[in-house]
Write a protein that binds this ligand. Structure first.
Ligand code: HEC
Length: 308
């Protein structure tokens, strides 16, 4: 769709750049021919006119015949007008006397003008249309009614949205986010954190206005998905801003993973724990990611699965 629009605009600009008119030999030929035609046409008209004059002068009886023809044409025209008056519901002035109703108020009299044919036709056709409409959309269900059409459109839009997110690689949400502690990802998250979150949670996550993010205690859950959800929707009642509008899903995933990575770092001036202790959740995942043994790697993947 998009590309079609782009293509057509490109074609349009191209067309606009071309010279509008070029006097090539062929164009010249066309112009000359046209001019010749006009001259010939005017000449033919002149000849016709002079021939007619000739006929009138030499054979006057022919002219009488023509006059009769014109009269019958006028008659037909009058018939047509009468028919049109009927359709349009027009009453010529001459016939007004006939349709005058014989009451009168203060010298004001009333005409009995019938509803015009076209209006009645329109009116009855709306009734027929309505019956057809009800049958098609509501009785037999051949077409989609408003609600079905709305739902179909929403479905289409949702599919398009998902396709777009898929294409832009940002369809991550609180249900699909996974622990990703790769250095670039966490570093990107830290950058976002220092810019947006440090003033409330402390630059090392030790907690200030907002709770300590480095301990094992969580008010809203310590799984990466929980953290993602808290950041995305916020806790507006408690002073935690929803970040949905200001951070992209990928950015939220980055900063959530940054928080996972700082759990258990014990920064100085840590704020006392708030919420419930989460037994070996995000903090474990953070610890395990750096560990090398088979066993812990396996545990990490189970931790990731449970967070999905
Ligand atoms: C205006 C201050 C403020 C800013 C800015 C802020 N937060 Fe918060 N945040 C809070 C408060 C207050 C809470 C506690 C909410 C509660 O008590 O339910 C909180 C809670 C949280 C929690 C949940 C903690 C738990 O124990 O469950 C997380 C995670 C969090 N914030 C992350 C962030 C991130 C990431 C950012 C930056 C993108 C951020 N916050 C920006 C004030 C803030």
């Amino acid at each position: 769709m998009k590309s079609i629009i782009l293509d057509s605009t490109a074609a349009a600009t191209e067309a606009a750049l071309e010279p509008i008119f070029e006097l090539s030999p062929i164009n010249l030929l066309i112009i000359v021919t046209l001019v010749l035609f006009v001259i010939l046409f005017v000449g033919a008209l002149a000849v016709l006119k002079s021939l007619k004059t000739l006929v009138r002068v030499t054979m006057p009886e022919l002219e009488e015949e023509q006059k009769a023809q014109i009269a019958s044409k006028l008659e037909k025209k009058r018939d047509r007008r009468a028919w049109w008056n009927k359709v349009a519901g027009l009453n010529p002035m001459e016939t007004e006397e006939e349709i005058m109703i014989d009451h009168e108020y203060d010298g004001i009299r009333e005409l009995d003008n019938p509803t015009p044919l076209w209006f009645n036709a329109l009116f009855y056709s709306t009734i027929v249309f309505a019956i057809g409409y009800i049958l098609v959309y509501d009785v037999f269900g051949w077409g989609m009614n408003q609600e079905e059409e709305y739902l179909a459109q929403m479905e289409l839009a949702e599919a398009e949205r998902l396709a777009y997110l898929e294409a832009s690689g940002s369809n991550v949400d609180e249900n699909s986010v996974t622990v990703d502690l790769s250095p670039e990802f966490v570093a990107a998250g830290q950058e976002i954190y220092l810019l947006n979150c440090g003033m409330c949670h402390g630059n090392q996550g030790e907690g200030m206005i907002g709770p300590n993010l480095t301990d094992d205690f969580w008010i809203h859950g310590g799984e990466v998905g929980d953290i993602f959800r808290t950041i995305k929707y916020g806790v507006p009642d408690k002073g935690m801003v929803p970040w949905e509008a200001n951070l992209t899903p990928v950015q939220i995933a980055q900063v959530a993973n940054y928080i996972v990575s700082i759990v258990g770092t014990n920064p100085p001036n840590a704020k006392p724990a708030e919420g419930e202790k989460m037994e070996g959740r995000a903090s474990d995942a953070a610890g395990e990611a750096s560990a090398e043994t088979e066993e812990t790697v396996e545990e990490t993947s189970t931790a990731q699965e449970t967070s999905i």
